[in-house]
Write a protein of this length. Structure first.
Length: 427
């Protein structure tokens, strides 16, 4: 057994220590022969940087989604709607031309369908002839009325002349009567002869006869005035009847002209031709729908839950994402809110007073109008799915501030994770 030195180590042990200290260390080994912690590895720094960046991006997206839902009311139960115009003829007839195609864009007053106008053109000519005859009859009746009016004036003048003759005959009769009374007195006094007395009496009798004749003639002329007045009134009534018939004929002409114009069905507004169900040779009835016209000024009907209506008001700004254009968002605003749920105005509204009742959240249609034009190269029509979001709050965080907050929060989280791992490794 070898004697040890003061340090308690043998010579052999000292030599072995020297040999061990001179051997090179492996990568990842600690000076004492242990393994180096993972946090001290060079490649782990890049791992933490990438993980922190991913966390920051996730926090940025999540914070934006949270803030959006905090200030917006959204729904997937929404679609494009529009004032679709049903095209139907006003008159019946056989189709001779359909100059439009399916899904074609047409302008207002463009011809959509043409009907055979022959029957209506003939009817128009007949009505025109009838109107001309009625106008001629009215002119004749009016001329007759004017003639009767002149006749009344003539009769009135004759009646006035007869009245004057009566007055003159009455004066003559009065004078003759006075002459006869004087002649009677003078005859009794034997102042005049019998011949003179007879002449006075004959003059009195003749004056009385002339007076009676004048009165009869005046009465006859007066009755002629009444007769002329009656004939004038009859002529006026006849002229009025002819005038009414003439106006009726004119109205019939206008009606026939309208019917003729209705043989050309025109587009009432700009839009796309859809559901075309007419071809040349078809016989159409009045009111039979042949196609629909979809205008370009469409809007959105969003069916929000009744619990979402607490904050929604007309005039609030909104954003509408349209699936048909790749989810592109368009600026819009709330126009109006329907006064009642959609189910209440359905064909079979619910009757909650009968049977078992289960409370169901109702949806209320909200009309949203676009504030910017839609793409002209895309056909956006009724029925397309959209996703509207109504801004109900005014809180707003800029994108740069949201990015800074997300980065700071990610840094705090990653720092906390690293410190936790370091404490766990040291323990």
């Amino acid at each position: 057994m070898e004697v040890g030195n003061r340090g308690g180590l043998t010579k052999k042990d000292s030599n072995m220590s020297e040999v061990t200290s001179t051997q090179p260390m492996k990568v990842g080994e600690a000076p004492n022969g242990g393994t180096e912690p993972a946090e001290a590895r060079p490649h782990s720094i890049f791992f933490w940087i990438i993980a922190g960046a991913i966390l920051a991006v996730v926090l940025y997206i999540g914070l934006g989604y949270y803030l959006y839902n905090l200030t917006h009311e959204t729904t997937d139960d929404a679609f494009i709607a529009g004032h679709v115009v049903a095209i139907a003829p006003r008159v019946e007839g056989q189709v001779i031309a359909v100059p439009v195609l399916d899904n074609q864009w047409v302008h207002s007053n463009d011809v959509l369908v043409e009907l055979d106008p022959a029957t209506y053109a003939t009817t128009l000519e007949q009505r025109k002839a009838s109107a001309e005859a009625g106008s001629s009859n009215y002119k004749a009746a009016l001329a007759e009325y004017e003639l009767m009016e002149q006749k009344v004036k003539t009769a009135e003048a004759q009646a006035r002349s007869s009245e004057a003759d009566v007055a003159a005959a009455d004066a003559t009769a009065t004078k003759a009567d006075a002459d006869y009374e004087r002649a009677v007195t003078l005859y009794k006094e034997h102042t005049i002869s019998s011949q003179e007395f007879d002449q006075a009496r004959a003059g009195r009798d003749k004056a009385k006869a002339d007076l009676n004749s004048a009165r009869q003639k005046a009465a006859s002329d007066s009755s002629k005035v009444d007769e002329a007045e009656a004939q004038k009134d009859a002529a006026w009534a006849g002229a009025g009847s002819m005038l009414a018939q003439s106006k009726q004929s004119g109205t019939q002409v206008d009606s026939a002209r309208l019917d003729l114009s209705y043989t050309r069905i025109l587009a009432p507004t700009d839009g796309y031709v859809t559901r075309k169900q007419v071809e040349p040779g078809d016989y159409l009835q009045a009111g039979q729908q042949v196609m629909s016209l979809v205008p370009q000024n469409v809007y959105v009907i969003a069916n929000f839950k009744e619990s979402q209506l607490q904050k929604i008001r007309p005039g609030m700004p909104a954003e509408v994402s349209i699936d048909a254009v790749g989810g592109r968002e368009f600026r819009a605003h709330v126009d109006s809110i329907q006064a009642g749920s959609g189910a209440q105005f359905s064909m079979l509204p619910p009757e909650n007073a009968t049977g078992n009742f289960v409370k169901v959240v109702q949806r209320v249609p909200v009309k949203i109008i676009f504030d910017e034009p839609l793409p002209e190269n895309m056909v956006i029509g009724p029925g397309l799915s959209v996703a509207p979001g109504v801004q109900t709050g005014s809180f707003f965080m800029p994108a740069w501030l949201r990015g800074v907050a997300s980065a700071a929060l990610a840094l705090v989280v990653m720092t906390g994770i690293r410190l936790g791992r370091a404490r766990k490794a040291n323990s």
